[in-house]
Ligand binder design. Sequence first.
Ligand code: IYR
Length: 224
Amino acid sequence: MKPLDHIPYTALPDYSDDDRIARARLAYEHLKTRRTCRHFSDAPVPRAVIEYALLAAGTAPNGANHQPWHFAVIESADKKKSVREEAEREEAAFYNGKASAEWIAALAPLGTDGNKPYLETAPYLIVIFGQRRGGMFPGEKKQNYYVTESVGIATGMLISALHDAGLATLTHTPNPMKFLNQICERPADEKPAMILVVGKPADDATIPVHATHKKPLDQISSWL
Ligand code: IYR
């Protein structure tokens, strides 16, 4: 490929302004129904749903189009058990002294604690890794760029795609997360970014009222 090869920009639909507003509003109305879930059902979810959501995540904007991410999808009960054991070990340390009093107070309205049963209940744990080195093609060992940003955007798109498919998610970040490399059989130069727990909510799932408060537009934006 010549470096300056270009093709025409993908044709976007020529909506009217009213249609654009209506569609943007619909996107908001849909995305605001997403809720972080901490009570999962063990009901199975077809693998193809996850595969399409991962393909969607893989279209995210990223540094130099090196696509510096890897998604390890855990479905084996043994592996999920290992993740739960290791994560609960870290969380016990976090809740029993490692976290500051201010942090613990900030989490109180969420009702979280060191027990993470959903890590075994949910049908899938997607462990998201950032690749410091790689490139566009298998076997390359080039420098990657904006890895944290790229992985963050891809994860957001993954969450949105799964929400579109009617699935609940939870972003989980035990700290440290290095144990995930071994369980997921990933090389040491890949950095775990987070675990995304994926599945259907349990019938009796609840959400904390605290999480329903969203900042209004004038608090999250300015126009210059
Ligand atoms: N990782 C811990 C603590 C935690 C931290 C934040 I910031 C949250 O928004 C939620 C939880 C846990 O999973 O309990």
